[in-house]
Design a protein around this ligand. Structure first.
Ligand SMILES: *Cc1c(COP(=O)(O)O)cnc(C)c1O
Length: 484
């Protein structure tokens, strides 16, 4: 492809994306496809000779687009947001256009230094402790794995790095403490880091689904009595099911007293801390050794871009450092070589899109949009709460509402849990199949709940109202009305 052809198709593709962003609400949120539908339309092997860009783009429209779930649809309320924005996409295009690998300072000085600066900007926005140093990772899962590796090496004097499994067996099992609502990435990270799933200890939650510090303290004491080795606490700010907030201050005091690494997983909810009135979510963060949140979830920076902060970057670097001859440079003493701050050697130029977002929105613009999302979630929470047939299932500290259809609401003691669950399963299926909205479910305290998670860039009052309307007028709910 020569540069003139690239220019022509580049314009066409940008036009396509601009149209998409403008008309995204005309698509069904969930694609109407069955497993295998997309695959069947694709040939089993790559073409032996090159094809025209026109043919490729035509297939993109006819084969790929019908199989896309529209995450940036204003009526996407599933899982958690993964929002994007014009400025982020432009930054991403430039990053792809340069095609650099920012593995060390010398391999692209601008990539390293811009990353340092945007992570400082972001740290100030969240009012993180001055000692925290930031690095961009692909995902919170990877960042939390790095935190677990740091915790492991810190508590074994870097002995597992040096000697492998022998270093474990002499010491007794290292233990990681999480709440029962923690994200599955912690267990996955603990498996990869060699802790073993059975050493990820689940601490009970309170009636707000947040970690109970008294239970944590007791669990650690029991482990010590058994000769096990407490190593790391992972607190969650904004759990995946209900955005519950583990109490960092009390947990931090325990971590300090017990000498444990404290990692804070705020993948979704961390963004809210840019709002002065929500900064309380991070009260107690000073005691954390590491902290992660995802601008690729709720800060208008398209996937992937995860912000990882470490209070002792020297522990992180010492845990992950490698120094082959071919990577030594004359500047090593003066610069940050981010290759030692994460797992992969190669690094994308992700800071570019984050820089574009922060400059183009400005702090005020980011705050205004997050405030609007929070207000919409609270409107929805109020509607549910005031309704005769729907109920709120958990506190709403951030932008996710857990709720369910309960036609027996307020009717004394009778709650036929099995029947309510079936009704909600049907309701979920009905509204998602309609293509008008996409919501997902979870289980809280054993009970099946629906979740509405607000956070796409185009989501406004109208869209949340439409979601509420779709739920109330769904056949399973209507059927109950006529039965009355
Ligand atoms: C989304 C989420 C994760 C996983 O994030 P990835 O970046 O996809 O790895 C981890 N923890 C919490 C609390 C989350 O909300």
């Amino acid at each position: 492809m020569d540069s003139e052809e690239f220019r022509r198709y580049g314009h066409a593709v940008v036009d396509r994306v601009a149209d998409y962003m403008k008309n995204v609400d005309t698509y069904p949120v969930l694609p109407q496809v069955e497993p295998g539908d997309i695959r069947r339309k694709l040939p089993p092997s790559a073409p032996s000779s090159g094809e025209s860009m026109d043919a490729i783009l035509a297939d993109f429209e006819s084969i790929i687009m019908p199989g896309v779930t529209h995450w940036n649809h204003p009526r996407f309320f599933a899982y958690f947001p993964a929002n994007h924005s014009g400025p982020a996409i432009l930054g991403e295009i430039l990053s792809a256009g340069l095609g650099v690998n920012g593995m060390v300072w010398q391999s692209c000085p601008a990539a390293t230094e811009l990353e340092e600066v945007v992570m400082e900007w972001l740290g100030k926005l969240l009012d993180l402790p001055d000692a925290f140093r930031g690095v961009i990772q692909d995902t919170a899962s990877t960042a939390s794995l790095c935190a677990l590796l740091c915790a492991r090496e810190r508590s074994t004097g870097f002995d597992v790095n040096a000697r492998g499994p022998d270093a474990w067996s002499e010491r007794g099992a290292l233990r990681v403490y999480v709440s029962s609502e923690a994200h599955s990435s912690i267990e996955k990270g603990a498996k990869i880091a060699g802790f073993g799933a059975q050493n990820v200890v689940t601490v009970a939650v309170d009636d707000r689904f947040a970690m109970d510090p008294a239970a944590l303290e007791k669990t650690i004491a029991v482990d010590r009595d058994k000769g096990l080795v407490p190593c790391c606490i992972v607190a969650t700010v904004g759990t995946t099911s209900s955005t519950a907030i583990d109490p960092l201050r009390s947990i931090g005091a325990i971590a300090r007293k017990e000498g444990l690494w404290l990692h804070v997983d705020a993948a979704l909810a961390g963004s809210a801390a840019i709002l002065p009135e929500m900064r309380h979510l991070l009260d107690g963060i000073d005691d954390a050794h590491s902290f992660v949140f995802n601008p690729h979830k709720w800060l208008f920076t398209n996937f992937d871009c995860s912000a990882f902060y470490c209070r002792e970057p020297e522990t992180l670097v010492r845990t992950l450092t490698i120094m082959p001859e071919y990577l030594k440079t004359a500047q090593d003493r003066e610069v940050t070589n981010y290759r030692d701050w994460g797992i992969p050697l190669g690094r994308r130029f992700r800071s570019l899109k984050l820089w574009f977002v922060m400059r183009s929105f400005g702090v005020d613009g980011l705050r205004r949009r997050l405030r609007a999302h929070l207000a919409l979630a609270h409107d929805f929470e109020r509607w549910v709460d005031e309704s005769d047939r729907f109920e709120v299932m958990a506190p709403v500290p951030v932008q996710t509402v857990c709720f369910r259809f309960n036609p027996f609401k307020g009717q004394g003691t009778e709650t036929d849990e099995g029947r309510i669950e079936k009704l909600n399963e049907r309701l979920l299926d009905e509204v998602n199949r309609s293509g008008r909205i996409f919501i997902t479910h979870t289980r809280l305290g054993g009970r099946f709940c629906l979740r509405l998670s607000v956070g796409q860039i185009q989501t406004g009052a109208r869209h949340v109202e439409e979601a509420w309307h779709a739920l109330r007028t769904s056949p399973v709910v209507e059927a109950w009305k006529s039965a009355d």
